[in-house]
Design a protein around this ligand. Structure first.
Ligand SMILES: [Zn+2]
Length: 632
């Protein structure tokens, strides 16, 4: 069973560390106390990776849009460390047909009881000399890691579309695998899709459609299972630079090429900061709008939401974020989802440094201040809620969905921890440290404890710096020494905000839409005075057209303030937005704000009934909870 298995793993870990400790004592070396990755316990996987693990995975898959299933086989080349007689995989609603060992022997297996969150363990009987395990299977049409779109839900409206989303624990719903970030594997795949469609993966990719719908993929660099990704659709490819390019539907291509003009420059800039880009190509795929996240850092091929296509290149920091994951997250990976801040905090810090290099200090400061305001708000909310301990960087998500850890704490508190460290030791030393950190841990998984020991040894001790590391990582809330980010540009915006309630026309503000960046407009909307009412909003909307601006970040921010102040002119636009955009970051606060009043709740449910079929499970599971939606 689930819990017992972890207990036994835990004790093995205790014994192993006790043994190594004893040896170290004999050799008079205190470094034996250093934390080891083997001590990490992944509460979200059934797999027995300490005993036996996959080293390479080959997928042979057929993608069938009519039945909304993927079927075929997953061939695992394995390393049997403890000569185990069983190998445990994670599965979620997979139909297993048979399991073959070493290409010839059909073996026995059992599937344990299913848990709604984790799925079930698939225990395969092997022997100590088994070299590979091939699992023949098919997916369920409701697989949470796969989003099947009908032509209406795409940009071109002519062909169906499929994409996968593995993070955090959804890969097991379309591939039987040891679904833990604690181990890394290489993979290859042969994928058959309908003729007319192109398949791409987080691997070396085709640039043109094949004639027979067959595609082969190779990922020679070891990655965790949550980064295996597939998308199938009416796709085109255009290069952006020597080693960068974009995939999307033909009707989106011109807009994407315009928006991503700086991507090649970003890769070069990131390399200058933190060392060589180790993944070969960096391409993006811009997906249909139901994609639940802004972006997903699938290696070699970032998956991105079309909501970043703003028409004015103002939301490309998201690309810098996903690109930065090529170092933090993909190169050095959190060992468990409790260490998620190691992936995201580093990435937000790094993203900001890339933006600073390319667009200047003022731009980066605006970005960071907006992030900081979001953090303050979310920190307060979490502290008042059922899990105030979620404001610690190191989490304890046992028995909970790892998605619960996807808050501003991991992202922004994590980044500010690093920024505060940078401010304490100076940028030159901090950059040297980060370069060494990425290099020393490349293609490894890492725990918070390993990072902290490394930080102490390589940055704090050599520079004789005292730092409240434990408070930052293991205590709730934001420490007092958190660096204060201040953008002068926003001071000018604040001056305009003060005038809103005392003017009769927004023309008196003497600012035009094109005068300010997206960040300045977001700041403006967030700082509309508390005493402003629906009439003030109508006055602003008449001049600036916030309700249907076209830029998703600005519109989402506007809807929040409009709901609060009962400015009901937004309703048709907001309904259209909620039906067409599936990005959880926007949906969660808007539905949350609506749900605060009885009338708002009614409207939310009315819209949600139309919008829900367009959402990915990651999004609708969150919104179901907010609206107490009965999906049965
Ligand atoms: Zn990220």
């Amino acid at each position: 069973m689930f819990k017992n298995q972890y207990l036994s793993l835990f004790f093995v870990g205790m014994i192993l560390s006790a043994c190594s400790g004893a040896e170290e004592n004999l050799s008079d070396d205190l470094s034996g106390n250093e934390p080891q990755v083997e001590e990490a316990i992944d509460h979200h996987s059934y797999s027995n990776v300490r005993d036996v693990r996959t080293s390479h995975l080959h997928l042979n898959l057929n993608v069938d849009f009519d039945s909304k299933t993927i079927s075929g086989s997953a061939l695992h080349s394995i390393e049997n460390i403890t000569k185990s007689k069983t190998m445990v995989f994670d599965v979620y609603d997979l139909k297993i047909d048979k399991v073959i060992l070493d290409g010839q022997f059909e073996t026995t297996y059992s599937i344990g009881e299913k848990d709604e969150l984790h799925g079930a363990p698939l225990t395969v009987d092997i022997n100590e000399n088994t070299k590979n395990v091939e699992i023949f299977y098919s997916t369920d049409p409701s697989a949470q890691g796969l989003q099947w779109l009908n032509p209406q839900q795409t940009s071109g409206k002519e062909y169906p579309y499929l994409y996968s989303q593995g993070q955090a624990i959804l890969t097991r719903s379309w591939i039987p695998c040891q679904d833990t970030p604690g181990i890394r594997i290489t993979y290859s795949a042969d994928v058959k899709v309908p003729v007319d469609l192109m398949a791409v993966m987080s691997a070396d990719n085709p640039t043109e459609k094949s004639e027979d719908g067959r595609y082969s993929f190779k990922m020679d660099i070891p990655i965790p299972s949550y980064l295996i990704a597939l998308a199938v659709g009416d796709l085109e490819f255009e290069p952006l630079g020597e080693r960068t390019g974009v995939y999307t539907e033909p009707s989106m291509m011109d807009k994407c090429e315009y928006e991503f003009v700086d991507v090649e420059k970003m890769v070069n800039t990131a390399e200058k900061l933190y060392g060589e880009y180790k993944w070969g190509r960096y391409d993006l795929i811009v997906l249909p709008p139901s994609f639940p996240f802004g972006g997903m850092e699938n290696p070699k091929l970032t998956f991105a939401t079309p909501t970043i296509i703003s028409g004015d290149r103002s939301l490309v920091s998201l690309v810098a974020h996903e690109l930065a994951h090529s170092w933090s997250g993909n190169l050095v990976t959190n060992a468990t989802w409790d260490d998620f801040w190691l992936n995201e905090g580093f990435t937000v810090y790094f993203e900001n440094r890339i933006m600073e290099e390319i667009y200047g200090v003022e731009y980066a400061e605006m970005l960071m201040q907006i992030e900081f305001e979001g953090l303050e708000f979310e920190n307060e909310m979490i502290l008042k809620g059922d899990h105030p301990e979620d404001t610690k960087l190191k989490l304890d998500l046992e028995g909970r969905n790892p998605d619960d850890g996807m808050t501003a704490i991991a992202y922004v508190k994590g980044a500010l921890f690093l920024k505060t460290l940078e401010n304490t030791v100076g940028r030159v030393k901090f950059d040297e440290f980060l370069n060494k950190y990425f290099d020393d841990h490349k293609f490894q998984t890492i725990t918070t404890e390993i990072f902290l020991a490394y930080l102490d040894k390589n940055l704090l001790k050599p520079n004789k710096v005292e730092f409240n590391t434990n408070e930052w990582v293991y205590e709730e809330g934001i420490p007092n020494n958190c660096i204060h980010i201040h953008s002068d540009n926003f001071d000018k915006v604040d001056e305009k905000c003060q005038k809103i309630t005392s003017i009769y026309s927004a023309l008196e503000l003497d600012v035009k839409r094109e005068d300010w960046s997206t960040h300045e407009w977001i700041h403006f909307i967030r700082h509309i005075p508390a005493e402003a009412d629906a009439d003030d909003l109508a006055m602003l909307d008449k001049e600036f057209h916030f309700s249907n601006w076209g830029n998703s970040e600005i519109m989402a921010e506007w809807y929040l303030v409009a709901i609060e102040k009962n400015y009901d002119k937004i309703e048709p636009y907001m309904e259209d937005f909620l039906i067409h955009v599936g990005r959880r970051k926007f949906l969660e606060p808007i539905y949350g704000e609506l749900a605060k009043t009885k009338q708002g709740m009614e409207l939310a449910k009315e819209i949600y009934a139309k919008a829900r079929p367009n959402y990915h499970s990651i999004s609708y599971m969150t919104i179901d909870e907010i609206l107490e939606w009965d999906s049965i």
